[in-house]
Design a protein around this ligand. Structure first.
Ligand code: ZN
Length: 291
């Protein structure tokens, strides 16, 4: 009888804790540890930006360094509502890749930030989940170039390398889907702080929607195309949010970056967005940053 009571109590406690998570905070796991970018500097800014909304709890899983054994790097994805990658490095173990695929396919959320879409060129399911990627040998075998032309989505199968950017500069981001929960209520055009504007990305881009683009100006050595900047991806039961923004600390301190990242993270986890558009959001002509 005591055992049964204990079991019942355990069920009640577990039930309560589940309710608290469901009602209160979205559980985020940030992955870092290897990147050709300064992840030691950017992860705390990403984490603090998410925490500032009051909507998230955030843990960080830091991988071993490059060239070290990756077999013990096995984050417990299923303990989280959404996984946010600030990682661009060594392949994960077969077990960790399998865990990740199952996690997203069965409803886990994923957020891909900037160079995280450079990672894992040969892992097909990861590229499905990101939609597009660049560098590390990506080419026509990775999927088409995807961009907008006269407002229409173009899937361009021309052979060539995937992934490029021109000079870092401030540029306008144009919202293409004003009805999506992530972009609803934001200015249609806003000025982003200094960043790399990724262009000529390639990938399978299945079940991918483009929420926002930016014009990669040839004067800045860009592609001359309206390039995807914010995307959503559907993968099994899971949702992905992909922002190509976020090269450096000064890029992610942009209120436009952090607002869309926070909203995208909430949406990837829950399918809904409750985080409001802040009053200090950038305008078409003026950047806005927060320290
Ligand atoms: Zn970069």
């Amino acid at each position: 009888m005591q055992t049964i009571s204990g079991f019942v109590l355990l069920v009640i406690v577990l039930g309560l804790s589940t309710c608290i998570h469901a009602d209160d905070q979205v559980r985020v796991l940030i992955i870092d540890g290897q990147n050709n970018h300064d992840w030691q500097k950017t992860t705390p800014i990403l984490r603090n930006g998410l925490l500032a909304t009051g909507r998230f709890s955030v843990d960080v899983a830091t991988s071993p360094s490059a060239r070290q054994d990756m077999s013990e790097f096995q984050p417990r994805f299923s303990n989280y509502d959404v996984v946010l990658s600030n990682y661009n490095g060594s392949p994960w173990s077969e077990q960790t890749r399998a865990d990740f695929e199952v996690y997203v396919r069965t409803g886990g959320g994923f957020v891909c930030v900037h160079a995280a879409d450079n990672a894992f060129p040969d892992w097909s399911e990861y590229n499905e989940i990101c939609g597009l990627g660049g560098w590390h040998g990506r080419d026509e075998h990775s999927g088409p170039y995807v961009y907008l032309k006269n407002g229409e989505v173009i899937r361009d199968h021309t052979p060539g390398p995937g992934g490029h950017h021109g000079s870092q500069h401030e540029f306008q981001v144009t919202v293409r889907d004003v009805d999506h929960p992530i972009t609803r209520g934001l200015p249609k055009v806003w000025m982003h702080t200094q960043d790399e504007l990724y262009d000529r990305l390639r990938g399978p881009a299945h079940k991918m929607s483009i929420l926002a683009t930016a014009y990669a100006d040839p004067a800045q050595n860009g592609s001359g195309r309206d390039e995807p900047i914010l995307m959503t991806i559907s993968y099994g039961q899971g949702r992905g949010f992909h922002t190509v923004l976020g090269h450096a600390d000064y890029s992610i301190k942009c209120v436009g970056f952090m607002t869309t990242l926070s909203r995208g993270t909430e949406w990837a986890a829950t399918g809904e967005v409750s985080i409001p558009a802040p009053k200090d959001f950038p305008t078409a002509g003026t950047t806005r940053s927060r320290d």
